[in-house]
Design a protein around this ligand. Sequence first.
Ligand code: HPA
Ligand code: ZN
Length: 342
Amino acid sequence: MLPKRVSREFIDGLPKSELHVHLEGTLEPELKLKLAQKNHIDIGQETVEDVEKTYHYSNLASFLAVYYPGMDVLQTEEDFYELAMAYLQKAASQGVLHTEMFFDPQAHIVRGVPLQFVIDGFYQACVDARAFGIDAHLIMCFLRDMSARSAMDLLHAVQPYRNKILGIGLDSDEHHNPPLKFMQPFSMAVEQGYHITMHADVDQIDSIDHIKQALEIINVERLDHGTNIVENKDLVDWVNQLHIGLTSCPLSNELITDNDLKGDEILDLLDEGVKVSINSDDPAYFGGYIADNYAALANEYKVTPQQLVTLTKNSFETAWISDKQKQFYLEDIDNYVEEFEN
Ligand code: HPA
Ligand code: ZN
């Protein structure tokens, strides 16, 4: 039965779906150092402690300045496979049954890494992870600080891999890079049958304008972060009417803003009926995987067990799966709660 109080045990066992995780953001310092040595790449640090010392950010741009250079160690198809497999095993151990994972091909292509290494390595990990009970899919992101032309080129380049990619997203630095800049590649992606989503990072200078463009013009199915809609009642109504999912990431919020997990916003939106979910974003850089994000929220805010259950249900209801699959996963959650013993 539903416990009286939230515990880590209850959080860990809840069946979850993760919809906002960047595979490149799951690169733990240990693996980064191992791959650097194997591939003879000087990353400037030699110990886990030294790597961790570089992990200080005050906003999205300062995070990205640490994040992109770290990718240099990813060179071979096996490196991409190992990265994704490590995340999938960790996610499965924290109760994830389904995940839709972001990746950034442009960040690798510009370094001379073939697109095929990236997609085949990541995709093979998705296939193999079925053996330990996790259903994993790929969302290819355009980097919004690169040109729309480059996004179009990428969309053409991935044609041979069409069946390995579930959806298209948009990430990287939002400042001066509005959704409208990518109208053409996103409408092309929809024509090709991809699902679409987009980052609307927290507390950006143009957050509300960008969210309006994403919802009203690009017609995204989900918003990644997006919690700034709480400032605008019309946007909350719009998101509710269209059943748009919001993929929120408390530990990422905490490190990218001034120590604010945005728990008040998350819980307010939940109260308003918005389909908000909890996710880890870049777990190796922000100090925790998905269950750690649920726990951080529950530790710092007054969150009831019922609210946690709703958050996990939202993560399946807004996933890109069939209605039948949603029904099975929601039943899994109900069974878990029913059989849970305090
Ligand atoms: N926002 C934008 N770009 C990113 C993020 C994010 O949360 N994580 C990795 N790249
Ligand atoms: Zn993100």
